[in-house]
Design a protein around this ligand. Structure first.
Ligand code: C2O
Ligand code: CU
Ligand code: CU
Length: 497
């Protein structure tokens, strides 16, 4: 199967002005141009009225994540089952929303395991389409990492097996990664959380809370609509921004606490801030920083995670906000606004001191190879039809093509260039990287501190240089983590040999 997806729109509307104009969508036969690959028209609906934000109750107290129960009987093992299936959920009174969920939960269950553990997850796919589970950010061998090549068919099942190596403690997540259908499976509700703990965590004195930020689009019937043209173009943003499935919950912070925060949105950027209070950043995607850093705001792009310490033991009520962030969307889109995500209810409680040193992050050693990656967008006119594509190194994703090759354990510099007018978050599977520097408008800037990431944002026309290494042989994906862009082909393959 070599299915390609193209976003196409009939001619007669200006290339940039057509978004608001009730576009007419057409499947195009690109078979000749693309050497036999048959494209499939993207499922698209017109813009439609949506439920008002107030349709979901705000101000309830924050519900902790439901843990995935470990059924292993031996020590240092984590065994459980994840079932993806359709469920009806009553999110707003009197309206049933059909969702696709892991174990019936919004968001999916939280896996908590330790470095050194052997993990064995049975995945049962009760969806009507093929799926996989991808362990975002974790150093999992390619054949266990839910690549699109290893799809579990509708009604099928498989077991994912991997060992959590030393030094991988951090905040991760899992989500589907089938070919082409990742955006839909994610916006219908499939995503879950994964925390790897270390026996030597320097922050165990702090109570911990978990905030999974996702968004959800509901029409006036309470149904989840397909993507509009604008969603496919800019990435889908639902009108509801949810925290552990709730709108604007109240989180009580007794004393000084550690928050783990996930951006599980398909496309929404979160410029996190608590106006009037600084946050102490202690960890990024791949775990702890070397030293804590005081921050007024933290940009968390789709796919990324962060850990912060907040609170000083004084009573106060302050919002955690996502401040307006302009990621240069296309077409006529609503202006960006500040949004309240959570009401933080600071109360008295223990205020342990934050250690001044958290750990050492090795810099991987000297790089002996260089890779270049370019993100781009094209809009072309073909037989009277406008066609839009999101590309990596000038090409749309093809499961049967290897785009780059790396040597096992060779340290590499990757130079990633966003040759487009919109922000795109770069993500690579199976490993973490250190950002070296970035260049924007001719100005070079060194990374201000050493941190491990698996996802990093690129502003329009920005170049970011990272240092990374792959420790398993096999195929890895790298892509834009705006899921609608990934689903349309802004993804490529790295073969590690
Ligand atoms: Cu979180 Cu390839 O994705
Ligand atoms: Cu990933
Ligand atoms: Cu993108």
């Amino acid at each position: 199967m070599n299915r390609r997806q193209f976003l196409t729109v009939s001619a007669g509307m200006g290339a940039m002005g057509w978004l608001g104009a009730n576009p007419v969508w057409a499947a195009m036969d690109h078979a000749k141009r693309d050497g036999g690959a048959m494209p499939q028209a993207l499922k698209t609906v017109a813009d439609m009225p949506l439920l008002p934000e107030t349709a979901l109750t705000a101000g309830q107290s924050h519900v902790p994540l439901a843990p995935l129960r470990n059924t292993a009987t031996a020590p240092q093992r984590f065994e459980a089952t994840l079932t993806a299936a359709a469920h009806e959920v009553e999110l707003t009174t009197g309206k049933k929303t059909p969702m696709w969920l892991y174990n019936g939960q919004v968001p999916g269950p939280l896996i908590e395991a330790f470095e050194g553990d052997e993990v064995e997850i049975r995945f049962i796919n009760q969806l009507a389409q093929a799926s996989t589970i991808h362990w975002h950010g974790l150093p999992v061998p390619p054949e266990q990492d839910g690549n699109p090549h290893d799809a579990v068919p509708a009604g099928g099942e498989r077991v994912y097996r991997f060992k959590l190596p030393d030094n991988c403690a951090g905040t991760y997540w899992y989500h589907p990664h089938p070919h082409g259908d990742t955006p839909e499976q994610a916006y219908r509700g499939l995503a879950g959380l994964f925390i790897v703990r270390s026996k030597n965590d320097p922050l165990t004195a702090f109570a911990e809370q978990h905030l999974v930020i996702s968004d959800l689009k509901l029409d006036t019937e309470g149904l989840i609509p397909d993507n509009t043209a604008n969603d496919w173009m800019n990435g889908r943003e639902g009108q509801f921004v949810l925290v552990n499935g709730q709108r604007e919950p109240v989180v009580t912070i007794a004393g000084r606490q550690r928050l783990r925060i996930w951006n599980a949105c398909s496309a929404r950027y979160l410029r996190l801030a608590i106006p009037g209070q600084k946050m102490t950043l202690v960890a990024t995607d791949g775990g702890l920083l070397e030293k804590p850093i005081l921050k007024d705001e933290i940009l968390l792009v789709p796919g990324q995670r962060t850990e912060v310490i907040v609170g000083d033991g004084k009573a106060a009520t302050l919002p955690l906000k996502a401040l307006a962030y302009d990621r240069e969307k296309m077409g006529n889109v609503a202006p960006e606004v500040d949004r309240v995500l959570i009401q933080l209810n600071f109360a008295s409680g223990p205020t342990p001191a934050i250690p001044i040193q958290l750990r050492k992050i090795a810099d991987f050693g000297r790089a002996t190879a260089l890779k270049k990656v370019e993100f781009s967008e094209t809009m072309s006119m073909d037989n009277g039809v406008h066609s839009m594509a999101f590309l990596v190194n000038g090409k749309s994703f093809d499961m049967n093509r290897v785009d780059l090759t790396s040597k096992l354990n060779e340290v590499e510099v990757w130079e990633i260039f966003n040759n487009s007018h919109m922000d795109h978050p770069f993500h690579i599977h199976g490993t973490q990287f250190i950002v070296l520097d970035s260049k924007l408008n001719g100005k070079r800037r060194n990374a201000p501190y050493r941190a491990l990431h698996d996802t990093i944002n690129l502003r329009p026309y920005e170049t970011v240089r990272i240092k990374t290494v792959q420790h398993d042989k096999g195929l890895r994906m790298f892509h834009c983590h705006i899921l609608e862009h990934e689903g349309q082909g802004m993804m490529a393959q790295l073969l590690v040999k």
